[in-house]
Design a protein around this ligand. Structure first.
Ligand SMILES: [Zn+2]
Length: 377
């Protein structure tokens, strides 16, 4: 049976408790999983993320909470720079990649008999957790900043979750939910390691879609780092099992409005320092003043020769429009990767013979209010 493990003090804890962090305050990981990738068998299975069954930490089939999600499209672009492909990871039941994490996390909750959960979110994770809770029949309360896009808030409520709107920053929302975690299971997409066990499947899919090969680099938006770390975990597991022969460079993008990881990268700091939100950004999904798994993000960046860049509000708007003119409608947070690609070309991080994958994380249908404003400008 898998347990929680603190990598700082080596303590382990059972997963069927309300504990969400170690006694030393650090986030928990999982004890070593025995995983394998039976490639021929995987090829014959249903086209969803549960095809990587042997690499997922859910023991009982009966506990799986799923909508057959995953295996999102990987499509080529017309880039003249290099082989650049887009992973349409908003093609999910709730409209964002967060369904990957929600499916595994709610399956685990189901497996250990949890009937009630709380979660805090800037919107998409809340919607995913609410939908999978509805699927599992688990009682769910979601805390969101009051500034969250109306589309996301409506979606969460429509799934039947109780919605608590918190005035102030994203950090204030987390402070509010923590008061409820003493008695209720905290299904946090940032604290709970089972969420990353879901997001790691994005690496498995990319590798499989490329014929079990790793790309040279992957570009993704980074706030708390649930894709960035999922990619890191997933590609490392494939590498450890001999399925791929290299780990791609992990290229992160932040909004210039809030960019603690970029600052640590740019100024070569040994660790990520807290920064405050400079101004309201269109990229609401990646506002994180201090990511919880900061240490692991630094480790992922350093060990994959990763890089970070930032984009302005104008660049985010351009990104939205450039994608939409190609028939791809994403929310502002996703669109940060468009100009980030250009930055990485300018810095020669991306070269002509590279195969690069950019990840698009959330549907434009979630942010109709914000996108309508951009259209009218
Ligand atoms: Zn500890």
């Amino acid at each position: 049976m898998v347990n929680y493990l603190c990598h700082v003090c080596d303590k382990t804890f059972p997963v069927d408790t309300t504990r969400y962090k170690c006694e030393c305050e650090n986030p928990l990981d999982l004890t070593q999983l025995k995983i394998s990738f039976p490639l021929e068998e995987i090829a014959r299975r249903d086209n969803n993320l549960w095809r990587y069954r042997e690499a997922l930490p859910i023991a009982s089939e009966a506990s799986i909470v799923s909508f057959n999600e995953g295996m999102t499209p990987l499509v080529p672009t017309s880039s003249s720079v290099c082989d650049h492909r887009l992973k349409l990871d908003f093609v999910f039941p709730t409209g964002s990649y967060k369904d990957r994490g929600a499916s595994i996390l709610l399956s685990k909750a189901q497996e250990v008999g949890i009937r009630e959960i709380v979660e805090d979110s800037s919107g998409n994770a809340g919607a995913a957790i609410a939908a999978y809770s509805a699927r599992a029949g688990i009682d769910c309360t979601i805390y969101c900043p009051s500034s969250t896009s109306t589309g996301k808030l409506t979606q969460i409520s429509m799934y039947g979750a109780k919605l608590k709107l918190i005035e102030g920053s994203r950090t204030d929302t987390t402070q509010a939910v923590l008061q409820a975690t003493g008695t209720t299971f905290y299904a946090s997409h940032n604290w709970n390691p089972f969420f990353l066990e879901g997001t790691k499947t994005i690496a498995f899919e990319i590798a499989e879609q490329l014929g079990w090969k790793a790309p040279d680099g992957v570009i993704c938006p980074v706030g708390f780092g649930s894709i960035y770390l999922g990619l890191y975990i997933g590609f490392n597991q494939l590498y450890d099992q001999g399925v791929i022969t290299k780990i791609p460079r992990l290229l992160g993008v932040q909004s210039a409005a809030c960019c603690p990881i970029y600052q640590a990268y740019h100024y070569n700091q040994p660790q990520i320092e807290k920064t405050t939100l400079g101004y309201d950004t269109l990229a609401e999904g990646i506002v994180s003043e201090l990511p919880i798994r900061s240490q692991m993000i630094m480790e992922a960046m350093n060990s994959t020769d990763g890089e970070f860049t930032i984009v302005s509000e104008e660049e985010i708007e351009d990104g939205i429009k450039i994608l939409a003119r190609q028939g791809i409608y994403v929310e502002p947070t996703s669109a940060v990767v468009v100009k980030a690609f250009d930055h990485f070309v300018q810095t020669r991080t991306i070269r002509h013979d590279d195969l690069i994958v950019s990840i698009l994380t959330g549907s434009g249908l979630k942010a109709t209010d914000k996108l309508t404003e951009i259209l009218s400008m």
